[in-house]
Design a protein around this ligand. Sequence first.
Ligand code: ACO
Length: 272
Amino acid sequence: MTKQFECIKIEKDAGITWLILNRPEKRNAMSPTLHFEMNEALGELALDEETKVLIITGAGEAFSAGQDIKLYFRETENDPVKKAAAQQASNNWRWHKLVHFPKPTIAMINGYCFGGAFTQVCAVDIAIAADEATFGLSEVNWGVIPGGIVSWNIAELLNHRDAMFYAMTGLPFDGKKAAEIKLVNYSVPLAQLREETMKIAKVLLDKNPAVLRATKEAVRTVRGMTHDQAQQYLAAKLTALTATDKDKGMQKGMNQFLDDKSYRPGFGAFKN
Ligand code: ACO
């Protein structure tokens, strides 16, 4: 049975696992308890055989209103131990655990997405938003910088002009604008968001999981490399993949294209 949590919810459906921030009455603001639970859940889901694709979203009308200003900031102000524990859990799941999650990750941004919630949007492999979602680097509005790791996230993912504009003005923007500046892959009307996200999750479910894992690791890792380093690393990575892939994906793919002529690699996945 799937474990019950206080601030998050896990739902599993035929290989797709929904990891839901579940404080709708607080617009899914991220409290220390929520961070501890997400940290624990992501550790378990990484090893969970039923989880082939992970979708992160928020319950109710928000994706996440960012860090809980009361519970994460004010109530830890005079408690350095609690503050450090909350910060560590917060950075761990929103960045390290998501970036290194061994299966594909999708963020489905269904509504409000402010401040610290940008980190998980930047960390996942694919992000899809509702046209009607509201994004904002609102930190500047109440007197802090985009901290945690948000300034680094937006400097890395966004164009410098957009990162600076939204961090300095704190102006909110919608899902269409988030797609235009490539904070998310694309946006669709809210009424179609779940169906569209499921469609992409099913595309990923069709692929060989070892290849997917190696692909996400490769694309992320080469970003910090020179051309020559990347060439060497990718050659080694492909050798490691073909040696360890128990499904022998590459051989099957080649056989089905070249011998059986049963499929076209340009249009989809081979039969695993
Ligand atoms: N921290 C703590 N509580 C929050 C947060 C938050 N980030 N966001 C919403 N809540 C709480 C509200 O205090 C309120 O609680 P209450 O019902 O006990 O009074 C409840 O959630 C609902 O919020 P409302 O403001 O009443 O809802 P509304 O739909 O009108 O507005 C909105 C939603 C726009 C998200 C607004 O709550 C807001 O501006 N929140 C702060 C967003 C923000 O700036 N986040 C960045 C935080 S800084 C960081 O992440 C580093």
